[in-house]
Write a protein that binds this ligand. Structure first.
Ligand code: AVI
Length: 327
């Protein structure tokens, strides 16, 4: 781990080395079903495109979660308790975070954790300006891997992981359990995890959310290829791939693909990958949960769902998970 001092921020850096990213990408594309890990969506451009997705009229997730936070953040703050070290994996959601911070009592500190160093530092700097008295301790890391929490100067009584945005939906069920166990390690007795979870709903609502008419999600998906060209020197021609997102009702998830429009070969780090026409790369799953289904996953990680807040249509939920027994 590397520590970098900025004028008013100290960055704790666990950023993956370029070699780790290359190996992960190559092995994902060597498998019979080619995949690309969705965490690589979020370079500077990808993070900007994701912010733009959140503004699209079809993308109900952000709006609905915000509605819940606006109505219930005060209640959530009481459940969380005073003097919180608030840890946020993924730092692109400052409005929801601010609603929570504005309601928390006592002395708090804030630890944003993000894989995109530029996005992380921009978000940390924004928080620093908005809350001059709040200690902000950015950590650059892949939050699905173990990392150490920085120690705040101020006294905090508990660490609470705030994981909004249904990012948990981008993990497959076994990985959800592993991730919850990993996040649970960051908390302690008397604290927990506050998580945004998208719920099952009609395909007629789900599919447009991932196929917005302005084409922002398509640009977000295709940006992955531009990123690989830039960072790994590959020669993807993004105009020969097409974005596709559809709901798989059996698995309860949106599946996002990049479909090859023709037979083609692509070079990545000196290795040639062949794509047949209509062959696709799986770039993301976005799972939609039921309340009992998510409770069962939490239980496997030794966590108990203590409170659930939803909107009127029950499209989205914010759930507070505490430490249970076992796991
Ligand atoms: C970050 N995550 C919750 C988003 C989702 O809805 O699964 C990522 C996304 N992919 C396409 N649009 C948004």
């Amino acid at each position: 781990m590397q520590i970098t001092q900025m004028p008013s921020l100290t960055l704790h850096d666990y950023h993956p080395r370029a070699a780790d990213m290359r190996e992960e990408i190559l092995s994902s594309l060597r498998a019979p079903q080619k995949t690309l890990p969705c965490k690589y969506f979020y370079d500077m451009r990808g993070s900007q495109l994701f912010d733009a997705i959140c503004e699209q009229p079809e993308y109900y997730l952000t709006r609905t979660e915000l509605e819940i936070m606006e109505a219930r953040a005060a209640e959530m703050a009481i459940v969380l308790g005073p003097d919180v070290l608030l840890v946020e994996p993924g730092s692109g959601t400052s409005l929801k975070t601010r609603l929570l911070l504005d309601n928390l009592s006592g002395t708090c500190a804030y630890v944003p954790v993000d894989i995109s160093r530029a996005h992380l530092m921009a978000a940390a700097d924004r928080m620093n300006r908005l809350y001059p008295d709040l200690e902000v301790l950015p950590v650059c890391a892949d939050f699905s891997q173990p990392f150490e929490l920085p120690r705040p100067r101020s006294h905090t009584a508990r660490s609470v992981v705030y994981f909004p945005g249904s990012t948990i939906g981008n993990f497959e069920p076994d990985a959800v359990v592993r991730l919850l166990k990993q996040l649970r390690r960051l908390t302690g007795p008397g604290s927990g995890l506050l998580i945004g979870v998208d719920m099952h709903k009609d395909k007629a609502v789900l599919e447009p959310a991932y196929n917005d008419s302005a084409g922002v999600t398509a640009a977000f998906n295709l940006n992955l290829l531009h990123r690989l060209n830039r960072e790994l020197g590959s020669d993807f021609d993004a105009s020969r791939f097409q974005h596709r997102a559809s709901y798989n009702a059996t698995e309860g998830r949106i599946e996002m693909h990049l479909v090859s429009l023709e037979n083609q070969s692509v070079q990545i780090a000196g290795e040639i990958f062949r794509f047949r026409k209509n062959e696709y790369i799986v770039t993301e799953y976005s799972y939609k949960h039921t309340l009992p289904g998510f409770t069962a996953l939490a239980a496997k990680a030794g966590l108990v769902v203590k409170r659930v807040w939803t909107d009127e249509r029950r499209w989205f939920s914010v759930q507070y998970l505490g430490i249970g027994t076992g796991g």
